[in-house]
Design a protein around this ligand. Structure first.
Ligand code: ZN
Length: 379
């Protein structure tokens, strides 16, 4: 048992002062004054916030999960430097064997392991609209197939599936996955507004990187973005690097649907690495200081970190830190059905915590009660 004292605690729906007591990997209690005779970590007045959850990570530190699913755990070990305590490793459109391999790797947790917890895979593809393929290999894009997804369930580490709902056979696959507890997301899609709504009726509850790889909003055909922004049933994924979506649109999205918004990084292998050439799935991607692009200029993932995403949201919208935090804590946790366990600083919840400096930089990250990152020890 230990306690973190002298922190501004953002639960994030409330601001509290006092001590957070941690025992057996969980938050045991929040007390108004520190307990005597208990091991103590002094937060020196920093913000103590819930650990961040990233629903879309393709890789980092030179590793790409689609090229090499074996690297999931190695990347997981490095993500706490960005405040990430849990995430969905994302495998993009690829042969079924690649997905199978990623599922197998997810089931082999290294021991000992210290890092962000992979909560299950985000399988982005292969049932995408070829007209919005982005950086996905068209050779592997195919029509929705019940047979293909037969082994996809949360028990088999398939947590979230992105597909284009307008494709023939889409509804049956959506319904099958939802009945197993998989979250289904609309993305890489040319769905009309009506087709998007039909997908939501079938059980879609998420939208993958709003505005990217979707038709733009037209005032007589609002398309998938219009449906995602106006339908209260769905949660929205957004890449707030200021490049994938203009900062002014980020502000508009925040004003319209901030209570249903999740920030994702869509980070690829170059996150945490210098500019250069990196892989995303089957393609070589050129990475400079801010962007990742295919030779034809198509954006191919990002080098955004999730703590930068939070700071960007505040800068683009003028929202408060507690408001911004909901988009990487309570809202993604709720989408994955993890309310009660993750996303809040509440007794009984997992002790996934981050200490942020007054300028919102990550100082310390705690996963399951263990301090897995501290900027003062980082070389
Ligand atoms: Zn994508």
């Amino acid at each position: 048992m230990y306690q973190i004292i002298n922190a501004k605690i953002l639960t994030p729906t409330e601001e509290l002062t006092g001590a957070v007591v941690i025992e057996n990997g969980r938050i045991q209690s929040i007390t108004s004054s520190p307990l005597p005779d208990v091991e103590t970590v002094d937060a020196n007045g920093e913000f103590l916030v819930p650990g961040f959850i990233d629903l879309q990570v393709n890789g980092a530190f030179g590793h790409d999960f689609t090229q090499n699913p074996e690297t999931i755990w190695e990347v997981a070990a490095g993500l706490p430097r960005y405040g990430v305590t849990s995430f969905l490793p994302t495998v993009i459109t690829s042969p079924l064997e690649t997905t199978n391999e990623a599922q197998r790797v997810m089931g082999i947790r290294p021991s000992p392991f210290q890092g962000a917890e992979p909560l299950g895979l985000h399988l982005e593809g292969p049932f995408l609209n070829p007209g919005k393929k982005g950086a996905h290999n068209p050779a592997y894009i195919c029509l929705p197939s019940l047979e293909w997804v037969a082994g996809w369930s949360p028990e088999n580490h398939a947590r979230l599936v992105t597909l284009a709902p307008e494709l023939p056979g889409g509804t049956a696959v959506i319904e099958a996955l939802v009945s197993r507890g998989v979250v289904v997301s609309a993305g890489h899609s040319l769905a009309t507004f009506a087709e998007a709504e039909a997908g939501f009726d079938a059980g879609i509850r998420y939208g993958t990187h709003l505005f990217n790889a979707q038709s733009p909003i037209h005032h007589r055909e609002p398309g998938l973005p219009g449906a995602l922004l106006t339908d209260e049933r769905v949660t929205i994924g957004l890449i707030p690097d200021g490049i994938h979506v203009h900062p002014a649109l980020v502000k508009l999205i925040w004003q319209v649907a901030g209570n249903r918004l999740t920030l994702v990084t869509d980070a690829m292998a170059a996150l945490g690495m210098p500019p250069g050439e990196y892989e995303l799935g089957d393609f070589r991607v050129t990475v400079d200081e801010t962007t990742c692009r295919l030779p034809d200029g198509t954006l191919a993932g990002s080098i955004l970190s999730l703590d930068t995403a939070v700071r960007n949201l505040i800068a683009f919208t003028g929202c408060t830190l507690p408001q911004a935090l909901t988009t990487v804590t309570t809202i993604p946790a709720s989408l994955l059905g993890l309310d009660g366990r993750k996303g809040q600083i509440t007794p009984g919840y997992d002790a996934d915590l981050v200490l942020l400096t007054p300028d919102f930089q990550v100082a310390t990250t705690v996963v399951g009660g263990e301090i897995v990152y501290d900027v003062r020890c980082d070389v």
